[in-house]
Each structure stands twice: as C-alpha cells, then as structure tokens.
Design a protein around this ligand. Sequence first.
Ligand code: GUN
Length: 290
Amino acid sequence: MKLLDGKLAAEAVKEELRLQVADRAVNGKKIPHLAAILVGNNGASATYVAAKVKACEQTGFISTLIRLEENVSQHRLLESIHSLNQDPAVDGILVQLPLPKHISEQEVIDAIDPQKDVDGFHPVNVGKMVQGADCFVPATPLGIMLLLAHYKIDTAGLNAVVIGRSNIVGRPMSILLSANSLPGNCTVTLCHSRTKDLAAHCKQADLIVAALGQPLFLKKEMVKDGATVIDVGITRVEDTTKKNGFRLLGDVDYENVAPKCSWITPVPGGVGPMTIAALMKNTFLACSRK
Ligand code: GUN
C-alpha cells in the first residue's frame, strides 16, 4: 500500500504558485486576490475558511475575509457579492457552504461573476466543465485530479466508482474522471443512496472515490485487492481525549481497507489540503486571465 499524501502534493502545488506570484510581483503584474465570505459560526466552515486565508498568505496572494452574522438577510449577502463582482482588485470570490436555511444557496451561487467563481459552482462553469471547455473546476474534484497527476497514476480505462452525487464533489468528480484527458478516461459509475447493491459496484472498481459523508462507510469487503481509494469524507466526531473535543473521520474504514489498496489517501492529510491547493490554482488562473 502506498500513501497518496495530499499534504506533500499540496505543498508542491502551492510552492509552484508562490514562485509564479513572486515572478508576477517582480514584473509589476497584479497579485492574485481571493475574497471569502463566511456566514455564521459553523465551526468546520470557520476552520476551512481560515485554512484558505492561511494558504493565501503562504503563496503570496492577497485575501479578504468578510464575516456576516448567521441571521444576515439574503439581500445583504447578495449586496456583498455584487460589490466584490465590481471590485477590479478582487480576482476570486468564494462563499463558504453550507449557508443558513433562510438563504438560497443557488441564488447566491448564481450571483457570483462566473469569471471570479473560483469554486466553479456557477452554472456557466458547470456547463463548461461538462463540455470539457476551459473553466473553473470545483476545488475538491480538481484537487483529487491534481493528486492523481502528482503521483502519476494512470487512470485510463479504469473502472471508477464515485459514491455520492453532490454538486460540490460527487457529480463533478464523475464528469472529470470520465473526460477524455489524463487523469480521466475512466469508465465511471456514480453511486448514491438509492443504488442497489452498492458493495457489488465498489467490489469491481479499480478506483473508488468515497464522498458521501458517512464515517467509516467503505469496508474492506467492498474493496478489491489493488484498488486505489480516495477518501473525501471529513466528519467531526466527539472525542473527549482530544484537546479540541473531536477527531476527524473519513468515509473509509482506513485501518482495514488500506492493507488491500495499491494507493489510498489518509484523513486528515489527503484530499483536504488538495482542495485548498486547487482553490489557490483557480484564483491564480482568475488573476492571470485578466
Ligand atoms: N463547503 C464544502 N466544500 C466547499 C467548497 O469547496 N467551497 C465552498 N465555498 N464551500 C464548501
């Protein structure tokens, strides 16, 4: 079993970006600027946004964090987005999801200028991704593709199973893995909560991406020998022995699945850091496209 070390691969991506940003600075070009909006006090969301801001600092990007109250109106949030859309200093905009129930996530996503939509959630970017056109690709699936590329994993012709059909991970992942590109060129099965005999689908897979958000869901009986397993899950479960009161569990029963795999991502330190590296890459792209 070999580890797909997302921390290591993400450092490589960010170092490359840091050098490119330094080069832009020397040549008097614009420095990438990411604006993040965080609504409310969700602990996990606050941690993710803080990690994104920290990655901006590491790579020499400018960042702006806008924090809005949990009870902020949708109108007020849309106003913030409109002003960031119009601000030429800002290259990339992200609104951390999930949002409070009284706000329509779709209306918020639709309000972001597609040229600044570094999360790749806007319908214009989703449509372009499906067509294989130049666009912003959502950070988690893009990060997984970068991780596979970093470890030179040949995915052509593989049977891939993606578990979970979210707009953020599962659905775009299935599209990227089936694209006529490298990594890509897989035969993809997209499994979800209504899939009959999910274990049988997984058992025939050469590559499994688990993105359903159920801790320890993927068991060793569901994985064939030599498979590559990507764990997107990152659920906080209470753990009083930890200083922060919780530990992070992936969707894969790592301890028992790992010995069967040719490659596997750890949690934490697998997909998480790659998501952030991919967001930085998208923000750099948004800036350099101008
Ligand atoms: N919530 C979980 N993943 C993501 C992500 O990639 N982007 C945003 N904006 N919110 C998220």
